[in-house]
Design a protein around this ligand. Structure first.
Ligand code: ADP
Ligand code: MG
Length: 346
């Protein structure tokens, strides 16, 4: 954790002082926000739309390591991961609330940095921070963010809406965030062993994928522009294989993914090779990519064809055909959500 140059103990402000300090930096801009920070509850006008609500908790040493994650990035990411879940419903995020558990290890300046990142994300995505809760922690930092979004009632997209023969499409590329994490873990280990300064040179793309992910609002906008409504959708937080299985199972279908179609950035590919990992496995199970995985009707193929942000990686089948991965030789394997442990051979 980078030590700020001045250190103000949290106890000098107290809980209410801290909340006042945070609140003074926060200005609500979303029309549906009737009341933000400063009362017992925030007040939101649903404006005749469906509201979607999602929450994600980030726990120090479980989800992040302050040894290499700057607080500003952590704040940014804690908002983005929630907004990603809202976009995955084809909804527009409007408000967030933030729960914080802080240990006295953190000075006021650290909380300022965390909020700087959170508020940057809020501005970037046009979302209001309308409230939260602040409490103390005996151990590490815990950040719980809840996001609220809105969507026209006939526009919401569930995981369960895929139909047989729909095309399976993913945005962006996969496995980068996982390889960024591998670089950070390696350099941390080197630093602990030898005190050598981290060598992060040449890894900008994958480090950014890990440390400063973005939610794919642009893809939601693009699909609207192309007049393509996904039949089902999910965001890629746990790894593509896991998310594809969610869509298939929720929709009562099988799925067939072609491993040669998986979009992998050259930087991800090269780093995976350096680590002796199979790039395909990283793309399938890496997680934290925050891309969107969705299905579209065959009839919409022409509209998305050739778009550089979208890759067709397979299609939905009937349930009896199972959930499978087809390799380059045409071999068929059961699709499994392996998670990170399997990836590392643990
Ligand atoms: P209560 O005791 O009624 O729960 P609090 O004193 O916890 O009220 O909160 C007062 C106001 O400050 C509320 O509007 C709450 O949403 C907001 N708030 C508290 N903690 C945070 C935080 N970490 N970030 C943003 N707003 C917060
Ligand atoms: Mg409270």
């Amino acid at each position: 954790m980078t030590e700020p140059s001045t250190r103000t103990e949290l106890s000098t402000l107290g809980e209410f002082g801290l909340i006042d300090r945070l609140a003074s930096r926060i200005h609500c801009v979303v029309p549906g926000t009737v009341k933000g920070i400063g009362d017992d509850s925030a007040v939101i006008d649903p404006e005749g739309l469906h509201q979607v609500v999602t929450t994600d908790m980030l726990v120090e040493r479980v989800h992040f390591d302050l040894g290499y994650v700057p607080l500003r990035h952590l704040g940014y990411k804690s908002i983005v991961v929630n907004l990603s879940d809202v976009y995955a419903m084809n909804a527009t995020p409007k408000q967030v609330v933030v729960g914080l558990a802080l240990s006295n290890r953190f000075p006021v300046e650290a909380v300022d940095e965390l909020y700087e990142g959170m508020l940057l994300a809020c501005r970037h995505y046009g979302v209001d921070l309308v409230g939260g809760d602040t409490t103390s922690s005996q151990s590490g930092l815990v950040i719980s963010v809840t996001a609220i979004g809105a969507v026209a009632k006939d526009q919401v997209v569930y995981r369960s809406g895929a139909r047989e023969n729909d095309l399976l499409v993913v945005s962006g590329d996969l496995g980068g965030a996982y390889m960024g994490l591998q670089i950070l873990e390696r350099e941390k280990a080197v630093f602990q062993d030898s005190g050598a300064q981290p060598d992060l040179e040449g890894h900008d793309y994958i480090l950014e994928r890990q440390l400063k992910p973005e939610a794919r609002r642009d893809i939601i906008d693009l699909l609207k522009k192309l007049d393509v409504r996904p039949t089902s959708m999910i965001d890629v937080s746990d790894g593509l294989a896991s998310e594809a299985l969610h869509i298939a199972r929720s929709s009562g279908l099988g799925v067939r993914i072609h491993d040669e179609k998986l979009p992998i950035d050259p930087a991800t590919y090269a780093t995976a090779r350096d680590f002796g990992l199979d790039p395909t496995t990283c793309a399938l199970n890496g997680g934290e990519d925050y891309e969107l995985l969705f299905t579209i009707a065959q009839a919409d193929h022409e509209r998305i064809k050739g778009n550089p942000s979208l890759t067709i990686i397979g299609h939905m089948t009937d349930a009896a055909a199972g959930q499978v991965l087809v390799d380059k030789q045409g071999g068929i394997h059961a699709l499994r959500a392996q998670g990170w442990d399997a990836l590392l051979g643990r």
